[in-house]
Design a protein around this ligand. Structure first.
Ligand code: SAM
Length: 149
């Protein structure tokens, strides 16, 4: 996302001796990767931060090869978030306020063209979310999101 992050990632990869990896500066709404060129897209706790999640799923679909798949771990809303949480900057940057409801995520994936869509809640996330913001475990949960092009 930022040049500093890319620089640090490259330094860490070099330090660890990883050769089959490269880092590209960009944003998930416009992934710096050619059409139909990748087998799988993985992501951990990033999509909730995007203000245009439909565009994110459309762009993931664009870069995947036919038969390619996604395996995403993210914070998903399980109930309507209270307004004071939705508008709270710390909750937005803390991966809570931007959480989209599971049903809407499914619709966005369908709109993008994905099939075999699965949204699987991780029950163990309740305790983690409770430790971030007590009470929030009633509104959001960590989900595994899988689908195929
Ligand atoms: C909660 S962190 C997760 C980082 C990493 N995936 C992990 O599991 O440790 C969210 C990251 O998403 C990045 N980010 C937020 N919005 C983004 C966007 N629109 N495009 C690309 N990266 C974004 C942030 O800079 C941050 O590094």
């Amino acid at each position: 996302m930022t040049p500093e992050m890319i620089k640090l990632s490259r330094q860490n990869a070099e330090k660890s001796g990883y050769k089959n990896i490269d880092f590209r500066l960009g944003e998930i709404e416009h992934i710096p990767v050619a059409d139909k060129s990748v087998d799988a897209v993985i992501s951990n706790c990033v999509i909730n931060l995007s203000l245009d999640k439909q565009q994110v799923f459309n762009d993931i679909y664009r870069v995947l090869k036919s038969g390619g798949r996604i395996s995403i771990s993210d914070i998903v809303a399980t109930a309507e978030l209270p307004e004071h949480i939705k508008n709270n900057l710390a909750s937005i940057s803390g991966c809570i306020a931007g959480a989209e409801h599971a049903e809407n995520i499914k619709i966005m994936l369908q709109n993008a063209g994905f099939k075999n869509i699965q949204l699987i809640p991780k029950d163990s996330s309740k305790d983690i979310i409770k430790s971030w913001v007590p009470g929030m475990e009633e509104f959001v949960a960590s989900f595994i999101i899988e689908a195929q092009k």
